[in-house]
Design a protein around this ligand. Structure first.
Ligand code: SAH
Length: 357
């Protein structure tokens, strides 16, 4: 037993979360432990398909291997989560992390889908004017296991017969500002040795970190959503200050240079702000900018933040705007607000000191 207490070469630092590991890494571990490589898939199956909470549950593994794994790893689970339910069926989860930071995830049922809106960071550094999470500032990046724990927490909340069908990184944080961990998370979500989720059911939403956006699309087949919100640099600089680093022409150029198949999958998100970005002229400019890309536009009602001078556009204004986009041959949908009564709607996620420490 005692030789097993020494961390073996290649072992992770004490108490790393096993959910962070990819197949290659687990195979390496298994080899270090002197076991055959098929054990790697066996362990990962326990972890992801069977949601095992401990190595002791993995009864078909040799005890020596279980002990070896236990020395260096835990299998993380969200420690506590608090659920609020909206009258429209939306459920918001508040998940407490090991360091007492908190994140929010939202389960959004629609007729055909059960979408999980996932967070990628605690807080956010992107400082978009209309977003509640921006007001927290960036506390820290989430690890992959923390991102994945949102799926586990959500699955626990589902009723019998309910199943998550779609996954969107549109919760707290800028996913592409946490790139290596995001890509690792996506690998675990989509691999057959992991969660086996189809990448077509996953959407990463970005404020437009151009280099990472290009990298993501070359490395993974997930869908991309780009938060655009403005048709001039002057306005976008104000609404989404990252525009000063990656202005509209750079952002759209990057989209234009993607292979057509990828391009046609891009969704441009556009938060409708009364008197700010919702004029007929804005709609026409949007047609010019997006038209050649063959992407889709998703118009989002602004969910007002406390003490914000911004107001949401009227339904009539949103519909007029949509009509111009459609006339310009763009696919344009309107995203209805869900979970407003529990502050679970877009841009309302703000998890700071909800639960006393
Ligand atoms: N950082 C990423 C993902 C998180 S934001 C991004 O910027 O895309 C996810 C979506 O919610 C974005 O399209 C964002 O513009 C939108 N959003 C943020 N605050 C909002 C608000 N107050 N009302 C409506 N939508 C909002």
């Amino acid at each position: 037993m005692n030789e097993n207490r020494e961390p073996l070469p290649g072992a992770a630092p004490a108490s790393a979360d096993f959910r962070d590991l990819t197949l290659v890494e687990v195979e390496q571990l298994v080899a270090n432990a002197g076991e055959r490589s098929y054990r790697a898939r066996q362990i990962l199956h326990w972890v992801h398909a069977r949601a095992a909470g401990s190595f002791d549950e993995m009864r078909d593994l040799p005890a020596s291997l279980r002990n070896y794994l236990k020395q260096s790893f835990t299998i993380g689970h969200p420690v506590s989560s608090f659920v609020s339910r909206s009258s429209d069926g939306t459920r918001k989860l508040l998940i407490r992390l090991d360091d007492a930071e908190e994140i929010e995830s939202v389960i959004i049922p629609t007729e055909k889908r059960m979408t999980l809106c996932m967070s990628s960071q605690v807080g956010c550094a992107m400082a978009c004017e209309f977003c509640a999470t921006a007001r927290m500032g960036l506390h820290r990046n989430l690890t992959s296991s923390e991102m994945l724990s949102q799926i586990l927490a959500a699955r626990r909340e589902l009723a019998v017969g309910e199943e998550l069908t779609n996954f969107v990184f549109m919760g707290m944080g800028e996913p592409l500002a946490n790139y290596p961990r995001l890509v690792r998370t996506l690998a675990i979500m989509t691999s057959e040795w992991g969660m086996g989720i189809s990448p077509r059911r996953i959407t990463v939403s970005t404020v437009g970190l151009v280099p990472m956006m290009e990298r993501l699309l070359s490395e993974t087949p997930v869908n991309l959503a780009v938060s655009l919100h403005a048709t001039t640099n002057e306005l976008r600089d104000r609404l989404a200050p990252i525009n000063k680093r990656y202005p509209l022409e750079v952002l759209l150029d990057a989209c234009r240079n993607l292979p057509i198949k990828r391009r046609s999958r891009i969704t441009f998100e556009y938060v409708m702000l009364a008197g700010v970005n919702d004029s007929i002229a804005d709609a026409r400019r949007l047609v010019k900018l997006i038209g050649p890309l063959r992407g889709k536009v998703n118009l989002i009602f602004y969910n007002p933040l406390p003490d914000s001078p911004l107001r949401t556009s009227s339904r009539a204004a949103v519909e007029d705007f949509q009509a111009i986009l459609k006339n310009g041959n763009l696919t344009a949908t309107i995203r209805e607000s869900r979970g407003l009564d529990i502050a679970a709607a877009c841009g309302q996620l703000y998890a700071e000191q909800h639960i006393p420490a």
